[in-house]
Design a protein around this ligand. Sequence first.
Ligand SMILES: [Zn+2]
Length: 222
Amino acid sequence: MVSLLDILFPPICLNCRTYLNGLEEKENLLCDICFTGIKVYSNIFRPDPRFNLIALGSYETSALRELLHYFKYNGFLAARAPLEKLMMRWLSTNSSLVSHFLPPRSLLVPIPLHRSRLRARGFNQAELIAEVLSQLFQLPVEKALLERTRDTKPQIGMKNAKEREENVKNSITVRERPGWPQHQNVILVDDVYTSGSTMKEAMRALRRSGAKNISAFVIAKT
Ligand SMILES: [Zn+2]
């Protein structure tokens, strides 16, 4: 059924602004050309010799960037379908790597938001991504394991790595929980990986409390 809203404001592709058909709107929020044009990576990154990073695609791909923006500022429900499809696309490209980098006894741990930011946004995007991964890979999510103890300034706009590192230093801690997360494979989850300073801060906290293998999963990498 075509609604009046659709006639007045027809849905357009988030990336190239062409009109969308009903299926494209419902499933991708992008036109077919922009959506199929998103390339998924077929390799694992090692930004640090101690951890593996899985990124679905590049943040430089404007269609993927627009999708993530939409997700972050308009809520998850509408963006869930295209993100899920991209995860499936990554999976089929990398099926041989999956069992190695996402071992069955892993724990998914979203990067936490500080409570003031969580209140302002209403949801933590990393947590929602972790939930989708949890369903796809049958892995548990531990949402409350990490805590953002200090609100940090947005990392965007900070050009230098030292400044970014100082900004997030000691901002993440592991909530005390005897036995956790020792002997667990932990997969940190976030939406975007930029300098990695937040991720490294979370890793430091996890290692201090005995986590063994830590890897990371993000939708896009700059
Ligand atoms: Zn388009």
